[in-house]
Ligand binder design. Sequence first.
Ligand SMILES: *Cc1c(COP(=O)(O)O)cnc(C)c1O
Length: 420
Amino acid sequence: MSSNFPLTHDQLVDLEKKFPTPFYLYDEKAIRGNVRKFIGAFGVFSGICEYFAVKALPNPYILKILASEGCGGDCSSLPELILCELSGIKGEKVMFSSNETPADEYRLAFKNGNIINLDDITHINFLEKTLGKLPDLICFRYNPGPLKGGNALIGKPEEAKYGLTKEQIFEAYSECKKRGVKRFGLHTMVASNELDPDYFVDTARMLFSLCVEIKQKCSVRIEFVDLGGGIGIPYKAEQKEVDLTYVADNMRKAYDEIITSAGLDPLKIYWECGRPITGPYGWLITKAIHEKHIYREYIGVDASMADLMRPGMYGAYHEITVSGKETAEKDHVYDVVGSLCENCDKFAVQRKLPKIDMGDLLIIHDAGAHGRAMGFNYNAKLRCGEVLLRPDGSFKEIRRKETIDDYFATLDMKGLKSFR
Ligand SMILES: *Cc1c(COP(=O)(O)O)cnc(C)c1O
């Protein structure tokens, strides 16, 4: 984690002269290497595809990089569909795993030949009415209901709003087959930021068995299973990254046991991961601009929860390093805070760090997924921009900072003048 930051202190200081803080930095070379490793780990399956979850890092430059590595895109809204289109991710390389979806979004996905993943049995009629017919290929999202465990971020499946029950799954495939649908996929996502590799093997096993049952009960052959996202990353130093080779090899065993022996090979395997692809290779760079000494020691920085929401929203942990003081002793305890009028706007709480001086650059780690993307404009905060470190060592601003004009763009300021 801390060690994967690609710049020296001097390089970061130089960069900050050109791109004042706060900003996000992404490492293209590392992202490319990482996605190759991810796809490579699942090379034991011939039909493997990673549909990058656009919501994790919805920047078309990043999507273009991932597309060139063979990724598709997983979308959940109309602008996300357009982002994929603009990044050259087309047709069945786009998975539309949406829920509570407006009709016009289904229309665009259908027109573009994207894979439509339905979240509910009632959406069959909704889709047919919207499109005038059903597409040739349909996927359904399965909600397995009470499982052992569950997962803190996504909660217990039986309390989650997503997906069809097991009974509905059989009914849905039978009904679609009757109405002329020719090709079928099966999707589930029952975890978020999960680090236990067995969780994913168990999920795959569950889906493989369901494919066999669907074949038996509905005479429908599933073409692909989509395991969703949910693979976690080690935000904390003591956590261990998911061993993807272990996951893939054990999935392969389950595949041979269940799918191959039922005569259902080949079955394609899809993922919709966001976090483990870009998460560790994005950083929020911010500057210490205030210090205060009250009941606790506070360091005020120029970024806020509007730029990175995870700590404030989930109490999520992000490693912080003070640039140039990587090896200094962590002999101070700080709350590192942003400027929102919300006391949860804290990047770190009671964190041991080296002594921080005003003007120090702070590197907030593992912010490459669900970081800038979750930003918002509360307190009229303007969200920060994004800089890409290219493999040749050059920098490209791939999203500028928001300006005051951006903030006012949705307001009718002419109308305001004459408004009484
Ligand atoms: C959020 C989400 C993902 C991606 O999750 P990560 O934790 O970023 O890998 C994939 N699929 C669906 C349906 C999601 O909601």
